[in-house]
Design a binder for this molecule. Sequence first.
Ligand SMILES: Cc1cc2nc3c(=O)[nH]c(=O)nc-3n(C[C@H](O)[C@H](O)[C@H](O)COP(=O)(O)OP(=O)(O)OC[C@H]3O[C@@H](n4cnc5c(N)ncnc54)[C@H](O)[C@@H]3O)c2cc1C
Ligand SMILES: *[C@@H]1O[C@H](CO)[C@@H](O)[C@H](O)[C@H]1NC(C)=O
Ligand SMILES: *[C@@H]1O[C@H](CO)[C@@H](O)[C@H](O)[C@H]1NC(C)=O
Ligand SMILES: *[C@@H]1O[C@H](CO)[C@@H](O)[C@H](O)[C@H]1NC(C)=O
Ligand SMILES: *[C@@H]1O[C@H](CO)[C@@H](O)[C@H](O)[C@H]1NC(C)=O
Ligand SMILES: *[C@@H]1O[C@H](CO)[C@@H](O)[C@H](O)[C@H]1NC(C)=O
Ligand SMILES: *[C@@H]1O[C@H](CO)[C@@H](O)[C@H](O)[C@H]1NC(C)=O
Ligand SMILES: *[C@@H]1O[C@H](CO)[C@@H](O)[C@H](O)[C@H]1NC(C)=O
Ligand SMILES: *[C@@H]1O[C@H](CO)[C@@H](O)[C@H](O)[C@H]1NC(C)=O
Ligand SMILES: *[C@@H]1O[C@H](CO)[C@@H](O)[C@H](O)[C@H]1NC(C)=O
Ligand SMILES: *[C@@H]1O[C@H](CO)[C@@H](O)[C@H](O)[C@H]1NC(C)=O
Length: 581
Amino acid sequence: MGKSSSLVHSSTTFLLLLLFVNVYVSEASPTPESVYTSFLDCLTNHTNPSDQISNILFSQTNSSFSSILQAYIRNARLNKTSTPKPLLIITPMQQSHVQSTILCAKTIQIQLKIRSGGHDFEGISYVSNHQPFIILDMFNFKNITVDIQNEVAVVQSGAILGEVYYRIWEKSKVHGFPAGVCPTVGVGGHLSGGGYGNMMRKFGLSIDNVVDAEIVDVNGRVLDRKSMGEDLFWAIRGSGGASFGVILSYSIKLVQVPEVVTVFRAASSLDQNATEVVLQWQQVAPQTDDRLFMRLLIQPVSSKVVKGEITVRVTIVAMFLGGADELVAILGKEFPSLGLKKENCSEMSWIGSVLWWASLGNGSKPEALLDRNVDSAKFLKRKSDYVENPISKDGLEGIWKKVIELGKVGLVFNPYGGIMNTVASDATAFPHRAGNLFKIQYSVNWEEPGIDIENNFTNQARTLYSYMTPFVSNSPRRSFLNYRDLDIGTNDFGNNSYEQGSVYGMKYFNNNFERLVKIKTEGDPENFFRNEQSIPTHHGLDSNATGTGTSGADKLLLSSTYRKLIVNVVLVWFLILELFI
Ligand SMILES: Cc1cc2nc3c(=O)[nH]c(=O)nc-3n(C[C@H](O)[C@H](O)[C@H](O)COP(=O)(O)OP(=O)(O)OC[C@H]3O[C@@H](n4cnc5c(N)ncnc54)[C@H](O)[C@@H]3O)c2cc1C
Ligand SMILES: *[C@@H]1O[C@H](CO)[C@@H](O)[C@H](O)[C@H]1NC(C)=O
Ligand SMILES: *[C@@H]1O[C@H](CO)[C@@H](O)[C@H](O)[C@H]1NC(C)=O
Ligand SMILES: *[C@@H]1O[C@H](CO)[C@@H](O)[C@H](O)[C@H]1NC(C)=O
Ligand SMILES: *[C@@H]1O[C@H](CO)[C@@H](O)[C@H](O)[C@H]1NC(C)=O
Ligand SMILES: *[C@@H]1O[C@H](CO)[C@@H](O)[C@H](O)[C@H]1NC(C)=O
Ligand SMILES: *[C@@H]1O[C@H](CO)[C@@H](O)[C@H](O)[C@H]1NC(C)=O
Ligand SMILES: *[C@@H]1O[C@H](CO)[C@@H](O)[C@H](O)[C@H]1NC(C)=O
Ligand SMILES: *[C@@H]1O[C@H](CO)[C@@H](O)[C@H](O)[C@H]1NC(C)=O
Ligand SMILES: *[C@@H]1O[C@H](CO)[C@@H](O)[C@H](O)[C@H]1NC(C)=O
Ligand SMILES: *[C@@H]1O[C@H](CO)[C@@H](O)[C@H](O)[C@H]1NC(C)=O
């Protein structure tokens, strides 16, 4: 009797213990506090005490949390109280911090978002709508080393383009780098996604001038071009870095720019010659001298002729790597409807043109390019398309009508051609090369908050995109990764991850998509590095049935299900045992 009662007693204790474990194992989604605690524990375990790792970890309750989060938000649409927030933010100061962050995020099974300059148009570097997440914020990685003698520079991913241009200019007035026009754009997202600017027709994309890179992979290894291999090096030039690892730096080849370059801005309205100008622009801009880049803006504006009426204004904003006389001569011959005169042009240094394109104001100093503290932004929505055949006069007139009817959304035509025609579409992961006359950006900015306004304006962009279908590329309709657009498809990392990934993946990467999937599957088979539009994994034979391999998150669910199952089997077994005692 005594023996059996003590057995009952000890098995009751054991039962309680099992119940506790059962409750513990079925624990719901992580709380910010628990993630912070386990993350700090893990980081502390993975770093030297001298690293003072806690200084780079910001919990939601930290008084600096909001300002750190907001410092690199560049789209007010993603700066709302209702926008999902990270459970914590890590701001690494050195590469070991990045390595341990990756290992710890893997250990505690949390989605890691990587942010450099924060210019992603859908904010996928700092927002996730589906899963709890943390942010690895690279803004401290901003070293830039310029070597003029060898015409190369090493730029860390958290540097901004303005800093890159400035540091080159400090050392040489006849060198530059082909990248975007907005100085606060980050190197990490810009270069990995392709990166284009007003020297694209002469020197190609930013990635065409990348010669090496440093990345931390899913196992926490720091790899350079040699150790990562040509496949991965190919992938992180055009497909975005965030599917493959954390990019620490890119090594870039500088390009030679003339001492004097020329810019102009020329506007015309419909009653002047706008339709004629756009017709001729389509012939000239993609074919002309590759030193000349003529961006074309199409915007709905208030009519100066009829009050209260909306009309279309066409503006050409151009950059020529040479003097004004030569430019006027070229355009006089090729583009007579523009009627460009020397008085319409401004000659300046290359760094002057960088300031001019950034609209930093006439008379501003190059130091203005170093300003990161633009803690305000408009509400933005962008979409993109590629045009392979000129749009007819009738086509353009229909577009004007639509733009006027909608009233807010505008179009930006960026000409291709030049060297873009001679780089193979599989030379890098960026596929949009020969055959494209120009890229369209659908662009709408607004300043008033409110969900109705937001829906109105984002829908305008979608309506115009839909209207443009007959004029743009199809099967697949192509998109530019750096103009991130979640409308074209997203991934929920579930059973159909590969199929979902193919939808946006074919638009962004076309025939390069399958190679990217292969590189992704080999390097990160558990899909740790994932986001709404990341490259999916694809695990061969059985994957056509299930769509994808099991992601890390799925594994966690699975293993916790198994653990619960085992615990419950043991529990039932003990209950049965007790009945017999
Ligand atoms: C005002 C404005 C002007 C722009 N002008 C141009 C232009 O002229 N030309 C052009 O090509 N594009 C332009 N863009 C688009 C811009 O190139 C992309 O948004 C680019 O991805 C921004 O890079 P980022 O580092 O600032 O962005 P982030 O938002 O920080 O990152 C963008 C993406 O890259 C990933 N990522 C960032 N850093 C890393 C890293 N270190 N390792 C791995 N993955 C990383 C992020 O996770 C995210 O998926 C512009 C955008 C804005 C808002
Ligand atoms: C950290 O290390 C301690 C001691 O080795 C260990 O008990 C603890 O579980 C570790 N924590 C994490 C989160 O790895
Ligand atoms: C906020 O976090 C930083 C970095 O971890 C830390 O140095 C600081 O003391 C924290 N501040 C508060 C008020 O918790
Ligand atoms: C940047 O360079 C300085 C000086 O060499 C160095 O101390 C620092 O660690 C570097 N920062 C990063 C993030 O690599
Ligand atoms: C050139 O400048 C003149 C005088 O300011 C102006 O009337 C004309 O419209 C400009 N031409 C272009 C193409 O901008
Ligand atoms: C309009 O275009 C025509 C044809 O190219 C050209 O001859 C004319 O000068 C242009 N008119 C204006 C006002 O620019
Ligand atoms: C800048 O200002 C100077 C002097 O005020 C003027 O001569 C020059 O044309 C301006 N440049 C541009 C690009 O507007
Ligand atoms: C984000 O919102 C805060 C106020 O909540 C504001 O101070 C900040 O300027 C905003 N930043 C951007 C980029 O919209
Ligand atoms: C949408 O925006 C347009 C242009 O600003 C405006 O005229 C229209 O009234 C708006 N519609 C709604 C439903 O808000
Ligand atoms: C994924 O597939 C498995 C096996 O076919 C199925 O049991 C599971 O419910 C599916 N999950 C989702 C989210 O559809
Ligand atoms: C999986 O599907 C793709 C596309 O439908 C097909 O090309 C491939 O052969 C299939 N693979 C297997 C192993 O069935």
